[in-house]
Design a protein around this ligand. Structure first.
Ligand SMILES: Cc1ncc(COP(=O)(O)O)c(C=O)c1O
Length: 473
């Protein structure tokens, strides 16, 4: 996604088309950015790291459910969930109550040096839903990158092997170890080397881009992406007995919401089994119900050895967890730890999140996600710019192209679609070079989803008609 240079000149307010869905809908009252937002943007420009990527000038003040209210009183529908994090919506009352209660009892004691019971309770809850049989062990950190760092170190430690296989298009985080696996944009690595050694990247089975032809060809292409590891890599540059792990996002997130076909995942499992390699699924973005099952890897019936999770697990509180089969987590005290990891307040938020997702969120993600997919799938035939619509549950991507034959990426057009949607009160983000990312709260209603899709389709139509200048006065 392009980096936003904040526009301090407000764009004119865009009148919203009449809603098809009743009363609850975004309310844009001021030009965007509004006067208070302009003040904050100026401060941000002065003080905040320019490495952050902002697509449009949303300055959030409060949130409730799907709605985020900005500092000027404009109300947006958040179909980004703060990058797939607020899985139960903003400030779900049960999550807020759990945080408040825990904050009044114990904020910190460092689970690395002392004990508290909620860490065990959360482990038990997660153990019951992990995609591989137990017993399990859990490591607690503060972010997705930390969950991945743990998996990296653990894989090397346990197998006593140095090398890792990861995928082009992957995003595993930005710390030195995690960024060595990350491979979705050159700026993530530029001028940071030398990075961690021992990483080989191979092609991810992006079926839309990699194969022309029907379902059979797609499966053959996906399988070929996996067998390349055994047939080429292991016979040329990478002795399999020196490979500790294969790291994979079952659905690539930053890479463009690209889904790995089940046949590919099963082939990876077979390769791992044959060569004593650990299969690590990075479910930081796709996990904890987002795809309509607890874990995206479950859609392919493959059992991983290690699972990384973060983002949606605690509805916005910082928590990253690395879970493994118990026999794998065999390192000795002092090998790995983090002062804040598994903070009691974050764990309380995670327990409340699991209650809500178990009760209604996972099922709702499957149902509303299917409703959205069914509607948007038709856009590939009705809209010249929509090349592909894909995803599972509420992890959906709409890939925009300049031409359906060449599949030339409509990067600037995608950015303009996202900006136009913002001006109409719907928050989307991009992912990959040219895909609109749709990742609302798992409690989103069909009406809210319809409202967002109405706006998205309107914005795509505008850009199809007027290009990247669509809507500019
Ligand atoms: C699949 C995946 N892994 C790891 C990360 C890194 O997470 P964090 O930003 O919390 O370090 C992300 C973040 O987007 C992600 O999507």
């Amino acid at each position: 996604m392009s980096t936003l240079t904040p526009t301090l000149t407000p764009t004119p307010t865009t009148a919203l088309a009449p809603s098809k869905v009743g009363a609850v809908r975004p309310v844009i009252k001021t030009a965007l950015p509004g006067p208070n937002a302009i003040r904050v943007l100026a401060g941000d420009d002065k003080y905040v790291s320019p490495s952050y990527t902002r697509s449009y000038p949303l300055v959030a003040k409060s949130g409730r459910g799907i709605v985020v209210t900005d500092v000027d009183g404009n109300e947006f529908f958040d179909f980004s969930s703060g990058i797939a994090v607020t899985s139960t919506g903003h400030c779900h009352p049960e999550v807020v109550a759990a945080i408040q209660k825990q904050a009044g009892e114990l904020i910190h004691m460092s689970g690395t040096d002392f004990y508290y019971e909620s860490m065990i309770t959360l482990s038990e809850r997660l153990s019951a839903i992990l995609p591989m049989p137990g017993p399990h062990k859990f490591y607690f950190g503060n972010s997705g990158a930390e969950a991945v760092e743990c998996a990296l170190k653990l894989a090397r430690y346990h197998t006593k092997r140095p090398n890792i296989i990861a995928f082009l298009g992957a995003f595993h985080g930005r710390t030195m170890g995690a960024v060595s696996l990350t491979a979705s944009k050159p700026q993530q690595k530029r001028r940071f080397g030398p990075l961690m050694g021992g990483v080989t990247h191979v092609r991810y089975p992006d079926v839309y881009r990699g194969c022309s032809g029907g379902v059979q060809n797609a499966e053959a292409f996906a399988l070929a992406c996996a067998t390349y590891i055994e047939d080429k890599l292991f016979r040329t540059i990478l002795p399999p007995e020196e490979v500790a792990a294969i790291f994979i996002e079952p659905v690539q997130g930053e890479g463009g919401y690209v889904t790995a076909p089940p046949a590919f995942m099963r082939e990876l499992r077979r390769i791992c089994d044959r060569h004593g390699i650990l299969l690590v699924v990075d479910e930081v973005q796709s996990g904890v119900g987002r795809t309509g099952k607890w874990w995206a890897v479950e859609h392919s019936d493959v059992q991983p050895d290690i699972v990384c999770m973060a983002k949606g697990i605690a509805s916005g509180m910082p928590l990253g967890i690395c879970a493994s089969r118990a026999d794998i987590m065999d390192w000795i005290p002092g090998s790995h730890a983090s002062t804040f990891g598994g903070n009691p307040v974050c764990i309380a938020a995670a327990l409340a999140t699991l209650d809500i997702l178990e009760r209604e969120g996972v099922q709702n993600a499957a149902e509303v996600g299917q409703h959205m997919l069914d509607r948007m799938k038709s856009w590939t035939s009705t809209h010249p710019m929509v090349g592909d619509v894909r995803g599972m549950g509420l992890m959906l991507g709409v890939e925009l192209v300049q031409d359906k034959i060449t599949k030339a990426r409509a990067h600037d057009e995608r950015d303009r679609v996202v900006e136009l949607a913002f001006e109409r009160g719907i928050l989307f983000l991009g992912c990959g070079e040219n895909t609109v990312r749709i990742s609302p709260s798992l409690l989103v209603t069909k009406d809210e989803a319809d409202c967002a899709m109405d706006v998205l389709e309107e914005c795509i139509t505008l850009v199809e008609k007027d290009g990247v200048n669509a809507g500019r006065k």
